[in-house]
Design a protein around this ligand. Structure first.
Ligand code: SF4
Length: 289
């Protein structure tokens, strides 16, 4: 890259959320005295962090592998799991290291409780979330698979408003989108119950990220492409700063992203480790890509 003078700042509110810090910490604790540990699904949607943990002995497995284990130890990640996973573990003598985030656990309990009441009242549970996402699967599992999953306001037609309705959100969804969906649901069904279930850490990060993205010429958003929260936060940055680029790691940096004198903001998803933000910031400062 031709010589450029760039000012670089890392967003102080980026980095792992509490739920991911806790899950990664528990995995590392276990691996400090054991040679390997299974994780049901990717513990974090970030390939560089996964590679780091895999070098320590973490093995990512899918549900088919899990169901064929017997007597092993398996970590359940922060996203949580449906009740069927715990039944399989019990039947196969699998020891669980349960890293379900306490915020997700509380949401699962609330969904289960409301579902049981709704079932008696002939009502329905609606979940605003990404169909097939691990956390959403865990929530749908609390409702015997009956919850209706809505990914956006455009999918509101999936809801039958002739029934009592209770609305929940996946913890990492966009608070503004959820508010718009809730308004539309209440317009069609004024007695609908709407639960405020977006993670506080995610919601406050939205506010601070807007200010951060507006205060820099360029935003380098570091995230795995699989991260649901990464997609939401990247779109948020892009909406206030058109010079926002997503990279998975420092190798994704390109000279054409920068202009001489730019102030560059580096930020990321709840699944982006601090060390990776620092690595990307260093690479921009060196500008050798
Ligand atoms: S985003 Fe919030 S709810 Fe989800 S794992 Fe992180 S801390 Fe827990």
């Amino acid at each position: 890259m031709p010589y450029m003078h760039l000012k670089v700042e890392i967003d102080p509110s980026s980095g792992f959320c509490n739920g991911v810090v806790r899950a990664v910490g528990k995995a590392e604790d276990y691996l400090s005295s054991h040679s390997s540990l299974y994780s049901l699904g990717a513990i974090v949607h970030n390939s560089s962090e996964l590679e780091r943990l895999e070098r320590k002995g973490l093995k990512i497995i899918g549900m088919d592998d899990f169901a064929s284990l017997c007597g092993d130890t398996v970590l359940i990640r922060a996203h949580g799991e449906p009740p069927s996973t715990y039944r399989t573990a019990e039947a196969n003598g699998i020891r669980i290291i349960d890293c379900t985030c306490p915020v997700v656990l509380a949401l699962q309990r609330k969904v289960r409780e409301v579902y049981q009441r709704m079932r008696e009242e002939g009502g329905q549970v609606v979940i605003f979330g990404r169909d097939g996402h691990a956390e959403v699967n865990g929530l749908v599992g609390q409702t015997d698979g009956r919850a209706i999953v809505v990914g956006s306001v455009d999918e509101i037609g999936r809801i039958d408003f002739s029934h009592p309705t209770a609305l929940f959100s996946q913890t990492t969804k966009d608070p503004e989108e959820y508010a718009a969906l809730a308004e539309e649901v209440r317009r069609r069904r004024p007695d609908a119950e709407v639960y405020d279930t977006i993670c506080r850490q995610v919601a406050s990060r939205h506010k601070s990220l807007v200010a951060f993205a507006e205060s820099h010429d360029v935003i380098i958003f570091v995230s795995g492409r699989e991260s649901s929260n990464g997609k939401v936060l990247f779109d948020l940055c892009l909406s206030v700063n058109p010079r926002t680029y997503m990279v998975e790691n420092a190798a994704g940096l390109r000279p054409e992203m920068f202009r001489d004198g730019d102030s560059v903001g580096v930020c990321g998803a709840t699944s982006t480790p601090q060390w990776q933000l620092e690595e990307v910031a260093e690479e921009i400062k060196r500008a050798t890509f």
